[in-house]
Unconditional design. Structure first.
Length: 258
């Protein structure tokens, strides 16, 4: 057995950024049982190194080779530094440190990350740039962005809007892209997992942004109701894509045999 584990709303609380009850124990149990796992986060606010350190400082005993985020996949998707970037200030700062242009005059790609207060003018600039030939790229495709106890449209929802407005298909760097899940599976294999041992299990609080895509990549799915989704009623339209629904990660039993 093996696991892919989301962070926001699954391992740490969306509001306080502290470990959810049972989360540290879950990781410890995986380590003790030597069960392959990868923490797969859509972090776009800190560099990969900084966010990994943040998790370790919270008390999570996660080996570095068991960690994956979109910045670690960005070059494979983007292949250009001539970009027009949209997102929170923290995301823009990281992109600058990585050498990407934030406002290229003739961008080859429009890159979108999470932000709660995109303006109408920003949406217009996204649309106009894509219509002018720029690729449409999301750092991830979360359905909902939870901030300040409210739920805003996630990057996935914004990508759908711009795609609908322009007729241009979008690409995704992090979850739930096939490339991202393929990278995660390679990390599982490096820990000794093989498909003959059974399908990996993805644990997340985001049905559309994580679990539906995981299911399409032949991964089992567990929804935790500790983050974006609060009740089973919210996910009735995709219930067949979910193998299990639990209140939180403390209710997931660690097992080698699935």
């Amino acid at each position: 057995m093996s696991y892919l584990i989301d962070v926001q709303g699954t391992l740490i609380d969306d509001e306080n950024k502290k470990p959810i009850e049972g989360a540290i124990d879950f990781i410890n149990a995986l380590n003790q049982a030597k069960i392959p796992y990868v923490v797969v986060t859509n972090n776009t606010k800190l560099t990969s190194e900084a966010f990994y350190k943040f998790l370790v400082d919270l008390g999570f005993d996660i080996p570095k080779e068991n960690y994956l985020d979109p910045f670690m996949s960005l070059e494979k998707i983007l292949n250009t530094h001539e970009t027009l970037c949209f997102g929170a200030d923290e995301f823009l700062h990281v992109m600058t440190t990585l050498g990407y242009e934030l406002q290229a005059k003739k961008p080859k790609a429009v890159v979108i990350a999470s932000k709660k207060d995109f303006s109408a003018d920003e949406y217009a600039l996204m649309i106009e740039s894509v219509l002018d030939g720029a690729r449409l790229v999301g750092m991830h495709a979360t359905s909902i962005y939870k901030k300040d106890k409210r739920r805003y449209p996630g990057v996935g929802a914004i990508l759908e809007m711009v795609s609908y407005a322009t007729g241009v298909k979008y690409e995704v760097v992090g979850k739930p892209s096939s490339l991202f899940y393929a990278q995660a599976k390679e990390l599982l294999k490096s820990q000794g997992w093989s498909p003959s041992q059974g399908k990996p299990i993805m644990i997340s609080d985001d049905v559309i942004g994580d679990l539906v895509g995981a299911k399409q990549e032949d991964i089992k799915t567990i929804l935790v109701l500790s983050g974006k989704c609060k009740t089973e009623k919210e996910v009735l339209h995709v219930r067949t894509m979910l193998d299990c629904i639990v209140p939180s990660i403390k209710d997931v039993k660690v097992t080698k045999n699935g």
